[in-house]
Design a protein around this ligand. Sequence first.
Ligand code: NOS
Length: 533
Amino acid sequence: MDDYHAQRKQLIADDRALRIDHAAQKEISEEERRADKMLRHIRSSEAVSVWSATQPLKHLHGSQQLFPGMAFLTARETIVGTKLFDILSKMPKGGLLHAHHAAMVRVDVLLKLALSQPAIHIRVPAVLCSATIGTALPEFRGLSRAEWTTHPSITDQRYAPDTWVPIQNARSNFSHALGGPEGFDRWFTNIMTINPSEAYGTHNTTGEIWKKFQSTFIAAQGLIFFEPISTEYIREFFYSSIEDGISYVEVRMAFHQKYMTGADGERNVPHRVWLQLYDHILKEVKADMKQQGREDEFVGSKIIYSILRIITPEEIEWYLEDCIAMKQEFPHLISGFDLIGHEDTLLPLIYYAESLLRFVERQKELGIEIPFMFHAGETLGDGTVADMNLYDAILLGTKRIGHGFSLIKHPKLMQICRERDICVEVCPISNEILRLTGSMPMHPLPAVMNQGVHVALCSDDPAVFGNMGLTFDFYQVFVASEVNNLTTLHELVWDSIRYSALSHEEKECAFEKLERRWNIFVRYILDTYGGAA
Ligand SMILES: O=c1[nH]cnc2c1ncn2[C@@H]1O[C@H](CO)[C@@H](O)[C@H]1O
């Protein structure tokens, strides 16, 4: 039997040697070893004290039982009460490499921003009442002074459908029957987020939930593309990321609309002004952090120029040229190019391949570099167009892959990702809410990591999913694996900087800051939970 045990030990070691965190496992300090032991102890005791099937269900949905890594929307309130969540919330996270600009600020904050702007008006296609509230989608717009109205309400029988009402009036005069002003806030939240009964009940397939998902963006766009809101929105995103321990963000911003609406209600603010504003806020936040003596906590942000995958190859030409022009004017901000939107139903990469290849040539001529950071394989399909996007993403030279949910079906592509060091931006909670997986234990992430493909954990659309920051995604991943330990977390955090679009010097500086904060984090675990292990 000794021989068997020796062989067994060796086989496990050989298997784990392929993992992304293998090399780092040996390098940890004594303090980290102790903190890791505590962390794993807390994970296993909370698996019983919090997540075992014998615990009473607080947030019942369908026939769900409690288990670690269970459906996020039902588990969220339980997660925030755990020790492990407390610890992970203190962890420095490095970079957030996959987040959509249109869904990165908490909905209650967005609502507050909207209510602070008298120019913001709302309209609905029907008088809002109990019969229409579930289906009527509102539209928001910042109007010019001449267009402002004094209409009182969208719930009054006298409301003429599709006429503009100041958002403050709409809220304060929201009918009693629908809950008054708080009812308005609840309605707004329902419009902008996905709730558990939708994800796990009424819209429980990828196709159905994407319909609801899209509607949140349609409703939000009139607010976030109104310049006075847009700037505060971005500032809020930086600060809320910092509060969660994120020190760098690479935002996918949709440049599909050529203009946003200015403070004067005119739709005339071009892309270069968006970037000027972004740059300005970025500088202010950095200066503020420096003044607070918190420079280590924020190294900056860049933008991945993104376009919805609905346009024609003729139309994309304008955007590719625009992207190049923006890169030339803001070389430190534009860090990549991507096509976004539902891969299962919209246009595949191959459709744009010719234009994209010319785009690469143009960059060479101009001596600039805008790496592709393509969404690909965000699908349950096998051999479908969305799955096939993976081949094109790789052939076109993508630097990272957004989602790559179906990547593990392709051994050759996995091999190429290892060889060319292509990092996969994995968005665990997004995948679960958009119904690619039922829970974290079903997610392909361990298969990707165990086979040595590097990963950056990302939140995708945290305003819609409720996974603000990165703590929730780290939590779900950490509780769903017995192999992941403190070193795994360390490697994921370091990879999020390693595979970012930061320059070599910027990375060195970011690692230095991260190292200092990591040591503080390890001390926090030991000091706070020292008695627990
Ligand atoms: O996970 C995703 N995959 C692909 N596209 C997405 C995802 N999340 C958001 N968007 C797209 O980004 C736009 C807002 O900027 C939305 O239209 C949405 O379709």
